[in-house]
Design a protein around this ligand. Structure first.
Ligand code: SF4
Ligand code: SF4
Length: 341
């Protein structure tokens, strides 16, 4: 069984630990007969590439570690310069590749050492693997498991992209993002349906979130259309061409075509929710109060506003708490009535 490098881009946070570990292992340190020392500058046997996706305000970064010299194509091009190995690692023999600048010129991950006149690159840390290390230094340094050195048969490589002898999982595809708003009331449109179409065929569907945002991720490059619909608004089609790059479609206004009275705004809904919460709290307080006042209480109806009021006989409260009407008389009548019983 042979092991392979597997890099999961979704897990890579761009910490560069792998790149630094590789430098630490190989700079100014010769591991003959596998590798001569890597010069302090100019060579990156492991390199973490950074790429920006999208436009402000929706921007994403992806990081892609590259072990450039792990590529069978190098072995096919210059088999006489590579060491024979059964585990599939590509190791440029420092003795045999002397003077072969053409290899460094042809392959991105192979570097020319001017001083030693040899080409160099990632050896898969063969010097460690042959000395019972389970994994190379860069893999050992990766704390997110983004970089692995595993048996090929033991890993699910569905959808993986092979570059050289390295498998990449979750290679970023395209995304389309945007925002919908109602220009008349200057508010975002929440819960609008956005359908992603390509050549008249529906590809995906989503709804705008509480901020009016929508997003389609990991889609193939293409000239898409977005069909946008929301209750009360005119349906609209927006062009979204992500053939060349990820795109932020922008803040898109939707035309309101219905009667506003039936569509409370987000601010109205928030106000209503707050008012309902206050009423609920007041009712709760009143219930508690009524329980506490069970003793020595009696009820009267306000002669002015008609509200039913609980009155504590010795509380000295003689005014209606709602309309402030004087209750002295009705309380006196009620008290007399109770006393007569
Ligand atoms: S396997 Fe070794 S030589 Fe290759 S990139 Fe990783 S640390 Fe560097
Ligand atoms: S160490 Fe792991 S997480 Fe950090 S940059 Fe390298 S692959 Fe990515």
């Amino acid at each position: 069984m042979s092991k392979v490098f597997v890099i999961d881009i979704a897990k890579c946070n761009g910490c560069h630990n792998c790149q630094v570990a590789c430098k630490d292992e190989h700079c100014e340190q010769s591991w003959m007969p596998y590798a001569q020392a890597q010069p302090l500058t100019g060579q990156f046997w492991c390199k973490v590439n950074e790429k920006e996706h999208g436009q402000v305000p929706v921007v994403r970064l992806s990081y892609t570690p590259v072990l450039g010299a792990q590529d069978d194509a190098i072995k096919e091009y210059a088999p006489e310069c590579c060491q024979e190995r059964e585990d599939g690692l590509i190791v440029l023999d420092p003795e045999k590749c002397k003077g072969r600048k053409d290899i460094a010129d042809k392959f991105d991950g192979v570097f020319w050492n001017e001083e030693l006149e040899i080409c160099q690159g990632c050896t898969g840390c063969a010097h460690l693997i042959d000395n019972d290390w389970e994994e190379p230094r860069c893999v050992d340094a990766c704390c997110t498991d983004a970089l692995r050195y595993v048996e090929e048969s033991e890993v699910d490589l569905t959808g993986a992209e092979k570059r050289g002898n390295v498998y990449y999982l979750n290679v970023p595809k395209r995304f389309i993002a945007g925002l919908l708003y109602d220009p008349e009331v200057d508010e975002v449109v929440i819960g609008a349906t956005v359908v992603l179409m390509l050549n008249g065929e529906q590809i995906a569907e989503t709804v705008t979130d509480d901020f009016g945002d929508y997003r389609f991720v990991q889609i193939e490059p293409g000239a898409y259309e977005l069909v946008v619909s929301a209750k009360g608004f005119e349906t609209k089609t927006i062009a979204a061409d992500c053939t060349e790059q990820d795109i932020y479609v922008g803040d898109e206004p939707l035309a309101f075509i219905d009667d506003r009275r039936f569509y409370p705004s987000a601010a109205d809904i928030a106000r209503r929710d707050r008012a309902e919460a206050v009423i609920k709290w007041a009712e709760m307080r009143r219930d508690v109060q009524m329980e506490e006042d069970e003793v020595a209480n009696f009820a009267v109806d306000c002669p002015c506003c008609g509200k039913h009021l609980n009155v504590q006989a010795d509380s000295g409260i003689y005014r209606c708490q709602f309309c402030k009407a004087d209750l002295t008389e009705v309380i006196a009548e009620k008290a007399a009535e109770l006393a007569a019983k």
